[in-house]
Design a protein around this ligand. Structure first.
Ligand SMILES: [Zn+2]
Ligand SMILES: [Zn+2]
Length: 202
């Protein structure tokens, strides 16, 4: 098997193992060093080679390099196993892309990028002036994580494409009329950029 194919295969199984589309070179290599060394015993620099292969996969549009966190994110694969598991009670093939996306976001709550989004963006809706929330049983405010550009449109699991919204604004972002959805998308993009800029300036 070619290096690139093996790395691609390992990336998919690794993402499935960790239950996240986002991963770093360090953790990916640490988990796969054994297999890679075994497959290519003559290569003396497997880490460097892995890095090159990830680069090639990036050029192919299969993964994206997220330079801010030093992480990669996998795309172009429809659903990870964890996402299938979380959504298996519904027949996703019957859903429109918008609704499918919303369901995946709603059911895949505990993966790393969703946690990260809440850590960075907080527990309150990013829509200006919105105070919509309620407390859960554990006394934390209820919030939903949203992909500004949906995954099915090649949006990414990265901080640059995530935001937090209240239930109302989240539904609006998915199910409003076409013009409103477009408007919300660009609004959220600039809110996200402002937020990350200010967040890092501090
Ligand atoms: Zn959403
Ligand atoms: Zn809101």
């Amino acid at each position: 098997m070619k290096w690139k194919d093996l790395v691609y295969q390992r990336v998919i199984s690794f993402c499935n193992e960790i239950g996240s589309r986002t991963f770093s070179l360090d953790e990916f290599f640490a988990a796969n060093e054994g297999v890679l060394r075994q497959s290519y015993p003559k290569n003396r620099f497997p880490r460097q080679k892995t890095c090159e292969m990830l680069q090639q996969l990036r050029n192919d549009g299969i993964i994206t390099f997220l330079d801010y966190t030093g992480n990669y994110t996998l795309r172009g694969v429809d659903l990870l196993d964890v996402e299938k598991d979380e959504t298996k009670t519904i027949d996703l093939s019957l859903e429109t892309p918008e609704r499918k996306e919303y369901m995946i976001e709603s059911y895949v709550r505990n993966v790393r990028w969703a946690r990260l989004a809440r850590e960075v963006f907080g527990d309150y809706c990013l829509f200006e002036g919105c105070n919509n929330t309620f407390l859960r049983n554990d006394a934390t405010p209820y919030i939903e994580v949203h992909h500004i550009i949906p995954l099915y449109k090649n949006g990414e699991n990265s901080l640059f494409n995530l935001c937090v919204l209240c239930a109302h604004h989240h539904k609006m972002a998915h199910f409003a009329d076409h013009n409103t959805v477009k408007h919300v998308e660009s609004l959220l993009t600039s809110i996200n950029q402002d937020f990350l800029r200010n967040h890092h300036a501090r």
